[in-house]
Design a binder for this molecule. Structure first.
Ligand code: SAM
Length: 274
C-alpha cells in the first residue's frame, strides 16, 4: 500500500532490466500516474514488465510549467512516481524543480533507490571512494571544458564525470593536459550492459587506448579521476604544474602566488624570486 499524496522518486535500470527492484515495480504499478522524461522510453520499460499506467511528460522544457499542476494533484491525495530514462532521477536528469515544489508545498517525497551510473562506476573503480565529487557533464566546447577542469585541478577528492561517446576522446585529451598525463583515472563504459568495460590507467594511457580502439569510444561513459594527493610532495608537484601554466600568462611572482594558493604548496617551493 502506498501512502496517499506522495511523490515517489523511482530509480530505473541503467542497462540491465534485472536491476529494477521489486519495490520500484510495486510502486510503479500502484501510483495514479508516472512522470517520465521520455514517455515512449518509459512505456517500453513498463510493457517489458507487463505494466500499463498513465504517463505524463516531465522534461527540462516543461518542468516549471508542469510542477504546479502535479503538486495540486499530490495535494489532492494522488500518489505519483517520477522516473527518468535511466538511473536515478535528478542525477544529471530532470526532477529537481518538481521535487523542490513538492517539498515547498509540504508534500511527502519518498525515494525508491536503485541504479545510478556514477555510483556503480565508483563501486568498481578502485580509486579512493571515501570522499568524492560528482561533476556531471563537462561543457561541450573545449575552451569551456578546459576552464572547468582547471578549476578542479587541485581537488583532492575523487572526481566523477558523465561523458558521451562523441566527446570521450577530446575530454580525456583535455583532462590529460589540464590534470597532467600521469593522473590515475578509470573509464566505466556501458555498465550492466553486454559490452561493459572498466579500464584503468593514467590519463595518457586511457586516452591512447580510446584513440587506438574505436570500440572503446562507443556507448555511455563515466570517467573517474583520482584527486590530487594531499601529501607535501604531491602539493609541490601540483603547484609546479600550475606555476608552469600560469606563468605563460602572468608575471612569475603573480603566477607563483596563485599557484601556491590553488595547490597549497609553499610559494617558495615554486618560485625563488621576490
Ligand atoms: N540519472 C542517470 C544516473 O543515475 O546515472 C544519469 C543520466 S545522464 C542523462 C546519462 C549519462 O549517464 C550518460 O551519458 C553516461 O555518462 C552515464 N550513464 C548512464 N548509463 C550508463 C551506463 N550503463 N554505463 C556508463 N555510463 C552510463
Amino acid at each position: 500500500m502506498l501512502t496517499p499524496g506522495t511523490l515517489h522518486v523511482v530509480a530505473t535500470p541503467i542497462g540491465n532490466l534485472g536491476d529494477l527492484s521489486p519495490r520500484a515495480l510495486d510502486t510503479l504499478r500502484n501510483v495514479a500516474a508516472i512522470c517520465a522524461e521520455d514517455t515512449r522510453h518509459t512505456r517500453q520499460l513498463l510493457s517489458h514488465f507487463g505494466l500499463e499506467r498513465p504517463l505524463l511528460a516531465l522534461h527540462q522544457h516543461n518542468e516549471d510549467a508542469q510542477a504546479a499542476q502535479l503538486v495540486a494533484r499530490l495535494a489532492a491525495g494522488e500518489s505519483l512516481a517520477l522516473v527518468s530514462d535511466a538511473g536515478t532521477p535528478l542525477v544529471s536528469d530532470p526532477g529537481y524543480r518538481l521535487v523542490s515544489a513538492a517539498r515547498a508545498a509540504g508534500i511527502r517525497v519518498s525515494p525508491v533507490p536503485g541504479a545510478c551510473a556514477a555510483i556503480a562506476a565508483l563501486s568498481v573503480a578502485g580509486l579512493p571512494s571515501d570522499r568524492f565529487v560528482f561533476e556531471g557533464f563537462l561543457p561541450a566546447k573545449s575552451s569551456a571544458r578546459r576552464e572547468r577542469l582547471s578549476r578542479l585541478a587541485s581537488e583532492t577528492r575523487t572526481l566523477m564525470f558523465y561523458e558521451s561517446a562523441h566527446r570521450i576522446e577530446e575530454t580525456l585529451e583535455d583532462m590529460a593536459s589540464v590534470f597532467g598525463p600521469a593522473r590515475r583515472a578509470v573509464i566505466a563504459r556501458e555498465l550492466t550492459k553486454l559490452f561493459e568495460t572498466v579500464l584503468d590507467g593514467s590519463l595518457a594511457e586511457l586516452k591512447a587506448r580510446v584513440t587506438a580502439d574505436a570500440d572503446q569510444r562507443r556507448g555511455e561513459f563515466v570517467v573517474i579521476v583520482e584527486g590530487v594527493g594531499e601529501d607535501a610532495d604531491a602539493r609541490i608537484a601540483e603547484g609546479q604544474r600550475l606555476y608552469a601554466k600560469l606563468s605563460e600568462h602572468l608575471k612569475p611572482s603573480q603566477a607563483a602566488k596563485l599557484a601556491a594558493e590553488l595547490s597549497g604548496a609553499p610559494r617558495k617551493a615554486l618560485y625563488g624570486g621576490e
